[in-house]
Write a protein that binds this ligand. Structure first.
Ligand SMILES: Nc1ncnc2c1ncn2[C@@H]1O[C@H](COP(=O)(O)OP(=O)(O)OP(=O)(O)O)[C@@H](O)[C@H]1O
Length: 556
């Protein structure tokens, strides 16, 4: 097999460590007013659980198969000495707050303010308009000040330039904050601010008044991927930066900083397997935990994956713990289980037809064969770098192969899949957040929760299916999460699904029927038209990375 060439190799290989040295090997590298709000009293589900069986955490269920884009590339992520590259970035020593800002989107996009009176492109609507439209999921009648948010937390919110709550924040917060604490199952479209809703509940409920109280965890947030856990950690750190004495602990796989150390922050954020492991090793004291949040809860409660782990963690917590489940999707088969996991919960739910975000233009492109998808991708490359883009593929092998071929052809892109070691993954996602890498090839591991507001284009190289159980059935939930990596909080984005053959058409139709949408076809015989169609969307102000930022900052 050909070598990856001078521009090849994974991005992580080509980046430097925080101290400026190189990694020698992976081992060495360390709208919802249609929302239904259901009162808890009407859902009196009881809890009865199956046996607590030990199951490996399936943080990343990626099928491994041969890519259909060319000769098989079987090499794992590179473990040789990294090469010099223009992508090389020096990572100075960072303070924990700086790290937090790296992990959350906030440093780069500064929330979504409404300083939009300096248009350099067509202005569609201003965020302030979106937040004033009752049919928009960002709409709210209230202000954060009306929601009982403490002054120090308000300062953090102002710093993030959140001017008004979104609909999910407005609706969920009073229910979450009511005493006695009540469980919640909360659903709202992707990119509408669910994180801030549960983070505010946690910050407001923390007792930091005595050294004893400050010594042990009081809240726990679990997420399905390392990247999402780090991102949430970052949001809590920024939102809570004026909360005196706040400490956040991380329980993610192979976290060098915490290996073997007792986690004594008041908020623990992590993935379920590692968290359970640390509880078992008595490195997390779960006895004072008052709030348990499962982000991407439908995924977390999936009985074939993370469900057992989450259940085992929950069983270690005090019985009175407030259970908060958030996701953009709660498929019918998970709802009952979720109701048992969070009994007597308040529920904020949406219908399928309400789940898609208007700002995301959903397109498809016919490709004459599976292998021709790659050629289309190359043709789309110029459009991918207008903002940032994510290419979703089904298998790690396909991801590797596309990365290799693109880099060989001098189309710079990075690749992040579950086969990378934790620290390498951190470097790759951080460089994507910074815009050092503008095109990221990934699997479903990054389909959920990741908030990089500069992402204006999502490409489904493979449409998500329900393999290995139902190869010919679409995974509608994953489709929604994938496209939701763009069009965050009122922005505009484009998704393009590459379609080749009857099976893809079937999957696409199933997705369209489920969400009650129609994807618009691009004309594969007229690339000028394809380009101008996509450009017209991507160049609108709301698709720009700086959308919502104070122009005084952009120009300095
Ligand atoms: N009230 C607000 N005003 C302005 N921006 C906000 C507000 N709330 C959240 N945001 C910003 O909106 C973006 C999306 O928020 P978040 O990641 O919480 O979405 P989400 O609903 O959890 O999405 P997903 O379902 O994809 O996980 C973030 O960059 C966040 O900083």
């Amino acid at each position: 097999m050909a070598d990856t060439g001078s521009t090849g190799g994974s991005l992580a290989d080509r980046l430097t460590k925080a101290d400026g040295s190189k990694f020698e090997s992976p081992e060495a590298a360390p709208g919802i007013d249609t929302t239904e709000v259901t009162d808890s009293k009407s859902t009196g589900a009881s809890t009865s659980w199956a046996d607590d069986v030990e199951t490996p955490v399936t943080v990343e269920p990626e099928p491994v198969s041969t890519p259909a884009i060319g000769p098989k590339e079987s090499s794992p992520p590179k473990s040789t000495r990294p090469e010099e590259s223009s992508l090389q970035t020096v990572q100075p020593e960072t303070s924990s707050l700086e790290k937090a800002q790296l992990d959350g989107a906030t440093e780069y996009q500064a929330g979504s303010g409404n300083f939009l009176d300096e248009p350099s492109y067509d202005v569609n609507i201003k965020l302030s308009d979106a937040q004033a439209d009752p049919n928009n999921p960002l709409y709210s009648l209230k202000r954060f000040e009306d929601l009982g948010v403490d002054a120090n937390i308000l300062k953090g919110i102002y710093e993030m330039r959140f001017t008004k709550p979104s609909k999910i924040q407005e609706k969920a917060l009073p229910l979450l904050l009511a005493d006695p604490p009540t469980n919640m199952i909360g659903q709202s479209q992707s990119g509408t601010g669910k994180t801030a809703a549960f983070v505010l509940n946690i910050l407001i409920r923390l007792d930091l008044s005595t050294p004893e109280a400050r010594q042990r965890p009081q809240a726990m947030v679990l997420a399905p991927s390392r990247e999402l856990a780090r991102q949430i950690h970052g949001v809590i750190q920024i939102m809570g930066r004026y909360v005196e004495g706040l400490q956040i602990a991380s329980s993610i796989p192979a976290d060098r900083d915490n290996r073997g150390k007792f986690l004594d922050g008041q908020v623990v954020v992590g993935t379920p397997g590692t968290t359970m492991d640390l509880i078992k090793k008595r490195l997390i004291n779960p006895t004072g935990i008052k709030v348990l949040v499962l982000d991407e809860a439908d995924n977390m409660l999936d009985q074939q994956g993370l469900g057992d782990q989450c259940l085992r963690v929950k069983k270690m917590l005090p019985p009175a713990v407030q259970v908060v489940l958030f996701s953009a999707t709660f498929p019918d088969n998970v709802v009952q289980y979720a109701e048992r996991f969070a009994p007597n919960s308040n529920q904020i739910t949406l219908r399928h037809e309400e789940l898609t975000i208007e700002g995301i233009k959903q397109l498809y492109l016919d490709c004459p064969s599976e292998s021709a998808k790659y050629d289309s991708l190359v043709k789309l490359y110029g459009l991918m770098t207008i903002g940032s883009s994510i290419i979703f593929v089904k298998t790690r092998a396909t991801a590797r192969e596309i990365e290799r071929r693109m880099n060989e052809e001098n189309h710079q892109c990075a690749c992040l899949t579950g086969e990378f070691e934790g620290t390498q993954r951190d470097i790759i996602i951080d460089s994507f957040r910074r815009g050092v890498a503008k095109v990221l090839i990934t699997t479903n591991v990054l389909s959920r929760g990741i908030d990089v507001q500069s992402v204006s284009l999502v490409i489904n190289y493979d449409l998500p299916d329900q393999a290995p159980h139902a190869h010919n059935r679409a995974d509608t939930q994953t489709y929604l999460h994938r496209i939701g990596r763009t069009g965050r909080f009122g922005r505009i984005g484009v998704s393009i699904s590459l379609i080749s053959g009857q099976r893809d058409v079937m999957l696409m139709n199933e997705i369209e029927n489920y969400f009650g949408i129609k994807m618009q076809g691009l004309n594969p015989n007229d690339w000028d038209e394809v380009e101008s169609k996509i450009k017209s969307v991507l160049k609108s102000l709301r698709a720009q990375p700086n959308y919502g930022r104070d122009p005084r900052e952009i120009h300095t």
